[in-house]
Design a protein around this ligand. Structure first.
Ligand code: GTQ
Length: 351
């Protein structure tokens, strides 16, 4: 053993370790994420969701979810270092019981129209393409109408800040005493108050920095994107892309999570970009390709409706759309922006 190695051994019991052996890894020249890109083809994984439905009820599971794990971070329940993503299944007649936690959640509806979610005493129906928020520390339960009532399996993408809360060791949770929390306001109440580009004259933010709107319906989002795309031209990198906002502040819908919807016109061939916010995508409509690269490596993901994929931090990506395509996405951008560390780079601006 040379003198240095001997020294490292000697200081180990004192819980000391030499910085000079790890400095370059700790302070890299540029982001060097352990995360890798990954595509979850919906047709490939949908049978597993169905099987989970045969193995356990939503009530027993509390949340019947298949977590989408980054292949490079097995067992860590995260899709990027800061974000959690999963696909949740709820069958007709089932209830996912009420609880609350400090982690914030988004639901992006992938399949089925017979479910609802309740947040803080108000229910909202879930339809494919809807973007729904569960603010931190609000009671929430999910339900699916019974078969006789036209129920069908409902699947949505769960996006949560679980890894961030774990990082801060700031997670709390508790169950509601009842399976379903009491409904105290009629459906649509929140949208009427906060979703008509207006706010109550005596506005008092009900959920702190989180948006008071908890369902951003796809019909409205889709109409806006269609109009933008028709009016053209669209952004050469992103197509027609909008971000979801907290209407009371103009800021992000969730303090820890940004969410976006973009339309790629038919034949769109986007320019490449990279950013430090690793991003999770859910394909709503259309077919196309995401071409991702990092150094010498390239991943080409041909996508269709209901497919999901992740583009990690500082991986270059560009999009191609064979048919008109619509993509939902979310990232940890609000946190990076608040900390002043977000970086984005648009490549080939002149091509
Ligand atoms: O619906 O409350 O995917 O608490 C993970 C944790 C969903 C939920 C998840 C949760 C939920």
């Amino acid at each position: 053993m040379n003198a240095r190695n001997e020294f490292y051994q000697d200081i180990l019991p004192s819980h000391l370790t030499p910085l000079w052996e790890s400095l370059h890894a700790l302070v890299p020249k540029e982001p060097n994420t352990p995360c890798v890109p990954c595509l979850w083809n919906y047709a490939g994984i949908r049978p597993y969701l169905a099987r989970s439905g045969e193995l356990i009820s939503a009530e027993e599971a509390v949340r019947r979810v298949l977590i989408m794990e980054n292949p490079a971070l097995p067992g860590q329940s995260c899709i990027t270092q800061s974000l959690y993503a999963g696909l949740q299944l709820i069958l007709p007649g089932e209830i996912a019981p009420s609880h609350r936690h400090t982690q914030s959640a988004l639901r992006f509806i992938v399949e089925g129209s017979s479910a609802y979610t309740a947040v803080d005493g108000e229910r909202t129906a879930m339809h494919p393409g809807d973007f729904i928020i569960t603010p931190s520390w609000t009671f929430h339960d999910h339900g699916n109408r019974a078969e006789a009532d036209g129920g069908e399996p409902v699947v949505w993408l769960d996006g949560l800040d679980i890894p961030m809360l774990r990082f801060f060791d700031a997670g709390f949770a508790e169950n509601h005493p009842e399976k379903e929390q009491p409904v105290v306001r009629p459906e649509g109440n929140s949208y009427a108050r906060y979703g008509a580009n207006m706010l109550p004259v005596q506005y008092d933010a009900p959920y702190g920095a989180t948006s008071p709107v908890f369902n951003y319906p796809y019909a409205r989002t889709r109409e806006a994107l269609a109009t933008l795309a028709q009016n053209g031209p669209v952004d050469p990198w992103h197509g027609a892309k909008l971000r979801y906002v907290n209407p009371a502040t103009g800021s992000w819908p969730i303090p820890t999570i940004a969410a976006f919807m973009q339309l790629l016109p038919r034949g769109f061939s986007g320019r490449p970009y990279r950013s430090t916010d690793g991003t999770v995508f859910s394909v709503v409509e259309g077919t196309g390709s995401a071409v991702i690269s990092r150094g010498e490596k390239t991943w080409r993901y041909d996508f269709g409706p209901r497919d999901h994929f992740v583009v990690p931090s500082w991986h270059t990506v560009h999009f191609e759309a064979a048919s008109e395509a619509v993509l939902f996405s979310f990232s940890d951008r609000p946190v990076q922006q608040a900390l002043g560390i977000l970086r984005e780079q648009q490549l080939n601006p002149d091509t």
